[in-house]
Design a protein around this ligand. Sequence first.
Ligand code: DAH
Length: 347
Amino acid sequence: MHDQPLTGLTLGQLAAEALADLGAAADSQALESWYATYLGRKGRITQAVRRVGELPREERPTFGQRANEVKRELEAAYEQRAQALKAAEMQKALAISAIDVTLPGRPVARGRLHPSTQVLRRIYQIWADMGFQIYLSRDVETDEYNFQLLNFPPGHPARDMQDSFYTTTEGILLRTHTSPGQIRAMRQFCPEPIRVILPGMCYRYEQVTARHEMQFYQVEGLVVGYKIRFTDLKGTLNDFAQRMFGAGRKTRFRASYFPFTEPSAELDVDCILCGGRGCRVCKYSGWLEILGCGMVNPVVLQNGGYDPTVFSGYAFGMGPERIAMLSNGIEDIRYFWADDLRFLEQF
Ligand code: DAH
């Protein structure tokens, strides 16, 4: 079209074409190329205006005026179009990033309780139902409380069962069992009767294997009162076993030894996996050992402040991880503290 004679009409046609093109520019990129095509340095309008010199002298002023009008008109149309496109693009971006309140929410992954915590809470519940309070005792102990007052004097062979983590302070160690809490509870409550459980983390200087960890929970139990007898211990622990492992469980008390109880026993329940027929978990014995127990040694009662000729009591101690392992057929105790979600998410 620009090779046609340069008249007002031709400019008008060019302008009409430019306006039509402008209306078709659908995004800012198309708009920029439109500008280059018509109004840029080499644009068609610009070129056309430059050729004013080819016109007869008398036509030049009119043409120039007309050319400026057309340019202004197109510039204005361009501005308007640019505004409109910008608004539309903004609208589109907003629509894309807008929150769709009708979409279902992203599921928030729920945490869960560690299997040890789950077993602990179950144990708390059972003992609470039977009238026991929870007594919390310290993790860092003295040799005196952890051993001596529990009737393990220095050099006592039963200490060999509980290799210890000693601190750099002489006579201070991480408790190897929850039993020192017995002395602390007795010294606090004496001369009142006591019925408590003492849960907590214990620490031993163990070679870590599938069966031994260097940290694990225990739940200790302590009853002190008048005329507490071995039958009370048997009846109560038997009841616990039924509540924990199911009604109708068979139990068996085997004689054992602990320095702080006399007599001492270990409690077995018939294997919860095979029902006593014999399997890998119960090592084909039909029985699972679940706790140690006994009548509180008179020496220990005395160390707690109670007169052993007036008071008697019983105590017991169990390991929640061991119970969780037996109940769930977990073969390696190291899973409990390995922080492996594949293990933890199964509970
Ligand atoms: N303290 C013992 C241990 O860690 C467990 C235990 C056995 C606690 C018998 C007791 C008990 O209270 O009577 O091996």
